[in-house]
Structures are given as structure tokens and as C-alpha cells.
Design a protein around this ligand. Structure first.
Ligand SMILES: NC(=O)c1ccc[n+]([C@@H]2O[C@H](COP(=O)([O-])OP(=O)(O)OC[C@H]3O[C@@H](n4cnc5c(N)ncnc54)[C@H](OP(=O)(O)O)[C@@H]3O)[C@@H](O)[C@H]2O)c1
Length: 301
């Protein structure tokens, strides 16, 4: 079998994807797992996975790290602190993959990353998709919808106060389970498909915040009233609740993106890729009922 490489393999998605590759029968010696800190992957190394150091901020580290890989999963980094930094990291990874002889790139993007997106970091994904297409390598771009797990940022305080403030104004979002994104990544990487595709990974239903609140209430037995505000009103409330000012454009961008419908899409791409149905949000809410009911860390809005 050709060698399959996963970058960022000590992150949550990377680790799950490598674990799934092994569970699906890929030989450990056919997997290269790269990370900035190989000591975090001693468990995988002990199983025979080829663990190597790779840091996209250090392009010189990438040629040895990527050597011998035929298909490479490029996991988008979490470097959102400096605008443009993440795109530069990803461009370095794409260039290094090409130079190392990688044939196919799988990349974790986001739904509708075009100029219409209100997500502050959409340009990173758009630019990375463009760099991959320009590289001449074949690719599978996985536009992953919002993880269910992101609801831990809003639902615990909504469940505690009984109120969920939003400016999404009925807009919808098809949340997806993190584990389903890992399964999609593992399937795309291990596939022998060498055509280029852009696939959007979504959960089975696109839901408004009122519909999500109803599901969360059903799962926990606690009512939530969804209160629609303007962006300005929401920003004031967030500030009063202690959300740092620098976070506001990011958080309001998500609200606007949902309101304007850029996340309102359900596809069957996940099922086509993995042969399985994506798990419904309801299952996540039921499975995480106790954690959602635990008091939110910082009070909150
Ligand atoms: N769809 C969504 O709702 C959603 C939510 C959150 C994040 N994301 C995106 O999905 C990605 C994976 O999610 P996750 O749950 O695995 O997040 P995570 O656990 O926070 O992982 C962060 C990832 O960034 C990698 N990374 C950071 N700096 C790097 C660098 N200089 N060079 C190479 N890799 C670097 C890390 O790799 P190592 O530590 O192993 O080096 C790790 O794989 C995130 O990084 C983010 O881009 C999507």
C-alpha cells in the first residue's frame, strides 16, 4: 500500500483519523503521522506508526517529514492569532508536499469559503484551496461544517440561564460530529480515488438555533428561549458578559454567516465517501447531556 500521511496528528482530528486508519486495517508502517511535538505521539510510534516532526512555520522541516508519502492529509492549523499566518503555513505545506513527490492532498476546509463568507478566517481556507488547485496535485477538499462540539461554547450558558441570545435570526446550520469529520478524513486519505473533488461534510439536518434549543431542551429537560437580537445588541451583551473585545468580530461573523445562509446546506457527500450516515445532532446532545448541564466556565451570555 502507498504511504498515507496525516499532519497535525497530535490534534484531536488528526489523532482520531490515525486511530481510525489503524482500526480500518491500514498497516501501522504505511502511516506517517507528523506533529510539532513527536513526544505526544509515543503511543502511535510504539504501535509502529512512522512518527515524524513537522512544523509548517519551519518549511525546512517539511521535506524530510513528507518524504515517501503518496497521499497527505493536510489538517488546517489553529493559528488564528495573526491574520494571514495560517494561509502562509498551509502554502508552505502544499509546496513541500509537491516537492516531496506527494500525489494527492486531502484538506480540511469549511463550507462556502468564498468572498461571500462572513467567517473571519474564510480567506485562509479559500487561499489554501486555491494553492492546492494551483499545485497540479490531485485533491479531496473536505469542507467540514461546524463541529457539534462547538455548541459547548453556547449551550451550557443557555441551559443555565434559560436564554440563548443570537443574531442568527432563524438562519440554519448543519452541525456535524467531530468523529464523523475524522471518519471522512480517514476514508478520503485511504481511498484509491485519484480524481479531484470538493466535498462538503455536513450533518443530516440544517437547523435553526430555535430547533437546536428545542432538541437540547428535550435532551436535558431544561427549557431554552431563543432571543433574536441585532448584531449591535448581541455585541453589547457579549461585552457585558466578559467576552474579550478582540473575539467579537469572530463571534459576530459566525452569527452573520448563519443568518445569511452560508452554512445552510445538507449534502450526502459524507455518506458517499464513508458509506455511513452522519450522526444526528440529537444523539450528541443526549450523549453529552451531563457535560452540557455543567456550569459554564466563565458564566457567560
Ligand atoms: N469545523 C469546525 O467546527 C472546527 C472547529 C475547530 C477547529 N477547526 C479546524 O479543524 C482543525 C482540526 O481540528 P481539531 O479538532 O483537531 O483541532 P485541534 O485539536 O485544536 O488541533 C489543532 C491542529 O493544528 C495543528 N497545528 C498547529 N500549529 C501547527 C503548525 N505550526 N504546523 C503544523 N500543524 C500545526 C496541530 O498539530 P500538532 O499539534 O500535532 O503539531 C493540530 O493538528 C483545527 O486546527 C481548525 O483549523 C474546525
Amino acid at each position: 500500500m502507498s504511504k498515507l500521511l496525516v499532519t497535525g496528528a497530535s490534534g484531536k482530528l488528526g489523532k482520531s483519523a490515525v486511530t481510525l486508519l489503524l482500526a480500518n486495517g491500514v498497516a501501522p508502517g504505511d502511516i506517517i503521522a507528523t506533529t510539532r511535538d513527536p513526544s505526544k505521539l509515543a503511543d502511535l510510534a510504539a504501535k509502529g506508526v512512522d512518527v515524524r516532526a513537522a512544523d509548517f512555520d519551519d518549511p525546512a522541516s517539511l521535506s524530510a517529514a513528507f518524504a515517501g508519502a503518496e497521499r497527505l492529509a493536510l489538517i488546517s492549523t489553529d493559528a488564528l492569532d495573526v491574520p494571514g499566518k495560517r494561509l502562509k503555513q498551509h502554502q508552505a505545506a502544499v509546496n513541500a508536499a509537491k516537492a516531496a513527490g506527494v500525489k494527492h492532498i486531502v484538506y480540511t476546509s469549511m463550507p462556502n469559503p468564498g468572498p461571500e463568507s462572513r467567517i473571519t478566517f474564510a480567506p485562509d481556507h479559500r487561499g489554501t484551496e486555491e494553492a492546492i488547485k494551483a499545485s497540479g496535485l490531485t485533491y479531496t477538499i473536505l469542507r467540514n461544517s461546524w463541529y457539534n462540539e462547538n455548541l459547548f461554547m453556547s449551550l451550557p450558558s443557555a441551559l443555565q440561564s434559560g436564554k440563548w441570545f443570537t443574531s442568527t435570526n432563524g438562519g440554519r446550520l448543519a452541525y456535524i460530529a467531530h468523529v464523523d469529520c475524522a471518519a471522512a478524513l480517514a476514508a478520503a486519505l485511504a481511498s484509491d480515488n485519484t480524481s479531484s473533488e470538493v466535498l462538503t461534510m455536513t450533518g443530516p439536518q440544517s437547523l435553526s438555533y430555535a430547533e437546536i434549543a428545542a432538541l437540547a431542551s428535550e435532551a436535558t429537560g431544561k427549557p431554552i428561549e431563543v432571543i433574536n437580537l441585532t448584531d449591535d445588541q448581541l455585541a453589547e451583551g457579549m461585552k457585558a458578559a466578559g467576552v474579550p473585545e478582540f473575539m467579537l468580530p469572530f463571534m459576530l461573523g459566525i452569527e452573520a454567516n448563519v443568518r445569511e445562509g452560508h452554512f445552510d446546506l445538507v449534502t450526502d457527500d459524507f455518506e458517499k465517501l464513508t458509506g455511513k450516515k452522519p450522526s444526528p445532532l440529537k444523539d450528541f446532545l443526549v450523549a453529552n447531556k451531563d457535560a452540557l448541564l455543567a456550569a459554564p466556565a466563565g458564566g457567560g451570555h
